[in-house]
Structures are given as C-alpha cells and as structure tokens.
Design a protein around this ligand. Structure first.
Ligand code: NCD
Length: 395
C-alpha cells in the first residue's frame, strides 16, 4: 500500500500510516549515525556501539531536486539514503542545470523519473509537488512547496515528540509565521490526529490560513471515522486558540514550536519589516515554565536566543538529527524495502476507513463526502494545482 506512493501532504495519510512510519524510524535509528559514531543522539545513546551498516536500499537511486535553498532537508535525505546503502543524485543549483536554459519542471520531472527510484522535490510554488506527482513514474516526496506543505518535516517533528513521550494529547503553541510557514501547515493537521490542543501565536498579519483551520476539524472527523468512534468528542477536531501574545501561552503548553518569519515569501518587504523580530524566546521566558520543550524546524534567525541552546529545554538540534531516521523510514517504505512490519502495517491500513491517502495517491476510490462547506486546505491546494499545474511551463 505504501510502496510507490507519493508523499505530498500530511493530509494524504491516516494516523495508522503515520504511526507505522514513526515505528519504522525507531527501528532504523540504529543505522542513522553509522558504526563509527555510535547510536542515536547524545544523552548516553552516543556511547552505544553502532550497528553494522545497512544495505536496505542498495541499488536504489534517489534524486534530490531542490529549486529553493535547503540544508537539513536535502542533507538528511542524502544521509538517510546513503546510510541504507543507496545512492543520490543532486540538483541543488538551478543555475547549473537546464532550468537556467528555460526547461520547465514538468519536463525535468519526466526526464529525472527515468534516472532514479524516487524524487525529493523542493520548489517555491505551492502545488508543484502535486503536479510533479501527476507526471512522475516514481514516488515524489514533497520537501516543501512554497507556503504549502512540508510533510517529512512533520514526521520528524512527530518523531521528536514521540521520543519525548509527548505525542498524544499534547498542548502545543505554534509560534511565528503561521501564514507562510509550510512546516506549521503540515504539522497542525497531524497534531490534530493525535488529539492536540493547539495555540496559534502569530502577529495579526501572519495568522494561520482559514483553510488549514478548516482541515483541523476535518482531521477530527477522519480520525473518528477511522476509529469507528461515534461517542462524545468524535469528529470534534483539534481545540484551537489564537493569540498574538506569546507570554500569555507559555504556562499553558508543554511545547513551543517556534518558526522563522518567512522573509522570502512576503510580496512587500515593508510588510516583512513590520513583523520581523516579533517573537524572541529567551532564558527569561523559560523561567515562566521550566519544563517547556522548545522545538524549531530551523533555520532560526533571531527568534530563539542562542543562550537557550544549552538549556534542558532546547530540542531543535536533536529534532534536526531525527530527520535521518525518519527519512530512512520514508524512503525504505516508499521504495518497498519496509520489511515484515510493512506487511503488518498494510493489513492494519486495509481495515482502516480513512481513504484519503489511498484516494489521492492511487487515483482510485470515492471522494470522501465533505460535510464542511467552507474552503479547506485540500481546496486551496487543488486551486493552486489548477491555476498553475496545468500550465506546466509556469513552474
Ligand atoms: C523549513 C522550510 O524549509 O520550510 N526548514 C526546514 O526544512 N527544516 C523552515 C524554514 O525555512 O523556515
């Protein structure tokens, strides 16, 4: 079921499927640092001897197509692939490829499909990965499409929370640029599947888009359907609070998920200057809640003071490390090297009623009835796809 699927949005996956990928990441984490480095990330784990290298993806080739800058996503995909014995092709500078000669994304995708077993795509336009998936003959993994989605970042965020024992019924604040930040768009939906209470903290001008909020309610419905539940609370979706006052929520939450203001996505630089530096997490703020866990997808600009790095609260570098086991899990699963657990996961999913992922990825199945009439993130993505996707030359 997972094999040969695309990974475009967290909305394509059920909670069972996400749980499966997180378990798979746990199994593969022993290979993430290699034999010399030892096992895992810090806190004694690094003392443990590393395992033999894995050749799970031997003979497989991944193409990393990055039309926007990246450090962690591109490198951790590459590390994940190589630690499992696979190989990687990289297009990380559009200047050195035929993009600079005017080649459009559609032609690049059709061509690169013939050179590899999976494509990781980062592109400045929302909907680009969905368009690529419609043309590619190999799985496409969305590594960020403009202000749209960034599903593998969400998986590593969830993995970090799981390792902290915080995944279920979490109280979490998503802080910063909720309008243009694709990480929080993907994450909010997934957290809703795990019963989170969400505090959206942003300047007024950078609030979470309405369509993402709509889908949080749909997430509750989908999960309730999948569980066959009809009791109190089923279908209610996530509880959401919105504010621009960070200090007001610090005592209310277990986790602060801090994000960068996405300077490059502002049509008007003057608008960026109005909100730049809106939030800053300092050691002083941590005194308000000493157990607060601080996460950030990185890169940070100035929203987390460097003095926070050495505190017990900071998790962002560990979080970045978890990109390796999580992307190992994604790659091995999509490339059909998932082992026994994969088959168990398939059976489990087969019994699940949440058909969103199957519908969107296999092109078969019924459109799920939509009880909410407002525009959702699905609709927004479809509109982007229709607006730009058909006119492939625009990508
Ligand atoms: C994020 C991204 O590219 O969306 N970075 C990442 O992948 N870790 C966040 C950002 O750029 O602010």
């Amino acid at each position: 079921m997972f094999t040969k699927r695309h990974l475009i949005s967290t909305r394509d996956f059920s909670k069972d499927e996400i749980d499966f990928l997180l378990s798979r990441a746990e199994e593969l984490e022993k290979f993430a640092r290699g034999r010399e480095q030892g096992w895992g990330w810090g806190e004694g784990e690094g003392e443990r001897e590393g395992e033999e290298e894995s050749d799970l993806l031997k003979g497989k080739i991944l193409a990393n197509l990055f039309y926007e800058p990246s450090t962690r996503t591109r490198l951790s995909f590459e590390t994940a692939m190589k630690r499992l014995g696979g190989e990687v092709l990289n297009l990380y500078s559009t200047e050195t490829s035929s993009v600079t000669k005017g080649e459009n994304l559609a032609d690049t995708i059709r061509t690169v499909s013939g050179y590899c077993d999976a494509i990781v795509l980062r592109h400045p336009r929302e909907g680009a990965s969905r368009m690529a998936a419609s043309l590619a003959s190999v799985p496409v993994i969305n590594a960020g499409d403009g202000a749209g989605q960034h599903p593998t970042q969400t998986l590593l965020d969830l993995y970090t929370l799981k390792k902290e024992g915080l995944l279920e019924n979490l109280r979490i604040a998503l802080v910063g640029d909720l309008k243009y930040g694709r990480t929080v768009h993907s994450l909010a939906y997934a957290l809703a599947l795990y019963g989170a209470t969400l505090f959206f903290v942003s300047p007024e001008a950078l609030r979470m888009p309405e369509e993402v909020k709509m889908d949080l309610r749909a997430a509750g419905t989908a999960e309730a359907e999948a569980a066959g539940a009809a009791g109190a609370g089923a279908g209610a979706g996530a509880e959401v609070f919105e504010t621009s006052d960070l200090s007001a929520v610090v005592k209310e939450v277990d986790v602060l998920y801090v994000t960068r203001i996405q300077k490059e996505r502002f049509p008007d630089p003057a608008e960026y200057r109005k909100v730049a530096g809106a939030y800053r997490v300092t050691r002083g703020l941590l005194k308000e809640n000493e157990d607060l866990v601080i996460m950030h997808p990185l890169p940070r600009v100035d929203e987390i003071d460097a003095a926070v790095d050495g505190t017990k609260n900071a998790r962002y570098f560990k979080q970045a490390f978890y990109g390796v086991p999580v992307r190992m899990a994604v790659l091995s699963t999509l490339l059909g090297a998932g082992g026994e657990r994969r088959r168990e996961g398939e059976e489990k999913q087969g019994a699940s009623k949440n058909a969103r992922g199957n519908r969107r990825n296999s092109g078969v199945g019924e459109e799920a009835p939509r009880t909410l009439r407002e525009r959702t993130a699905d609709d927004r993505e479809r509109e982007c796809y229709e607006q730009h996707g058909k006119d492939a030359a625009r990508f």
